[in-house]
Design a protein around this ligand. Structure first.
Ligand SMILES: Cc1ncc(COP(=O)(O)O)c(C=O)c1O
Length: 389
């Protein structure tokens, strides 16, 4: 995007990285389905592209867009969210280094840190990142990275990004924020002091449940780190395909309007369920009695489309609810236009059963989609009624 073009979020999301084709004028950049590039003599690269694992124009367009919407200097795109996280961990941590991760982090992230990087000699401590004193107490010599997920998956805990950024600076830690749940349309961690943002772009950024992808976005001043992440992207090779990059770019263009509607519908549902006899607790940061509400109101422009319910009838009720919805599809993942219900302890978070990151069996997680809110409330009401029978 030209420097003199407007740079507000909704505009950037549509235009950043989208350069009309110089010969045809295509408003939408082509999907470059090539693995390799003709050279004008040995090493004579046109546009710097040599081989698609190292670079592809469709991926470049997405990476520019990712950096722009997060307010970062560098976007690096991957084949999945976990591939992005893995590349960042490899780029930063050496054997003997220590990373702090939330005690309710996404199960796959916990597994990645615990098993793959644990076997490579990286040490970790799980900690409640919504409690600053606990984080401070868990920092030790050798701590290099503080990982935060806010809102967290699936317990919807809120961590104070500016306060954690201060703590990270004080102790020389790299602050990484997984911004998958909020998306940059609602929360911009780099503006709040984080060093790096990671995403499962599979979720809200793609937005249509038709692509798996991930991203690392590095803040201004992080050129060396970005270089290291790019090196892992190239050398280990978990790149996004041109089709996947295109779909993600297309999703991002409507992110702002989607997040507005996701948030409005989730707020309506959460308020409605707060007093429901079948629900012990509604975990949604938009409710004034949520423990993280004030912090969320400070660092998020809206509260997002994810709600978790702790059901009064415990595990049996949670299972019944998850298997009784008609509009909410029982499926893993989140952030698409269609509403999904998930039973974390046996689905998305099965890999952390028996660990300190285990999710209580009474929890169900809702990804509130873009369907008519009346259909969504009726569906949740009838599924809750089943749990009371
Ligand atoms: C918060 C969060 N981070 C990371 C991931 C991993 O992303 P992916 O499934 O694209 O590898 C997920 C997946 O559910 C997630 O919910």
């Amino acid at each position: 995007m030209n420097d003199d073009r407007p740079s507000r979020f909704d505009t950037l999301a549509i235009h950043a990285g989208q350069h009309p084709d110089p010969t045809t004028g295509d408003a939408i950049p082509a999907i470059h389905v090539t693995s390799t590039y003709a050279q004008d003599g040995i090493g004579g690269l046109r546009g710097g592209y040599e081989y698609s694992r190292g670079g592809n124009p469709t991926r470049t367009a997405l990476e520019e867009q990712l950096a722009a919407i997060e307010g970062g200097a560098h976007g690096v795109s991957f084949a999945s969210g976990l591939a992005a996280e893995d590349a960042l961990l490899r780029a930063v941590l050496a054997p003997g280094d220590h990373v702090l991760v939330p005690n309710d982090v996404y199960g796959g992230t916990h597994r990645l840190v615990r098993t793959i990087h644990g076997r490579a000699g990286v040490e970790h401590t799980t900690v409640d990142t919504s409690d600053l004193d606990s984080v401070r107490a868990a920092i030790r010599p050798g701590s290099k990275m503080l990982w935060v997920e806010t809102p967290s998956n699936p317990l919807m805990k809120i961590s104070d990004i500016p306060a954690l950024a201060g703590l990270a600076r004080e102790h020389g830690l790299l602050l990484v924020v997984d911004n998958t749940f909020a998306s940059p349309a609602l929360q911009r961690p780099l503006d709040l002091g984080a060093d790096v943002v990671v995403h499962s772009t599979t979720k809200y950024l793609g937005g249509h449940s038709d692509v798996v992808g991930g991203a690392v976005v590095v803040a201004n001043g992080g050129d060396e780190l970005a270089e290291q992440v790019r090196y892992v992207q190239f050398a280990a090779g978990a790149v996004s395909s041109p089709f996947d990059a295109f779909l993600t770019t297309r999703g991002i263009k409507t992110l702002a309007v989607r997040m507005q509607r996701h948030s409005e519908s989730a707020q309506t549902l959460a308020e409605r369920l707060a007093d429901h006899p079948a629900v012990a607790r509604v975990l949604y940061p938009g409710l004034p009695d949520h423990p993280g509400h004030k912090v969320a109101a400070h660092q998020m422009s809206r509260f997002g489309g994810m709600i978790s319910l702790d059901l009064a009838g415990g595990e049996r009720a949670a299972r019944t609810f998850a298997e009784s919805t008609r509009v909410f599809l029982l499926a893993e993942s989140l952030g698409g236009v269609e509403s999904l219900v998930n039973y974390p302890s046996e689905m998305t978070h099965a890999s952390v059963r028996g660990t300190e990151a285990e999710v209580p069996p009474s929890i169900v997680r809702l990804s509130v989609g873009l369907e008519d809110i009346a259909d969504l409330t009726e569906d949740v009401d009838q599924a809750l009624a089943h749990t009371l029978r």
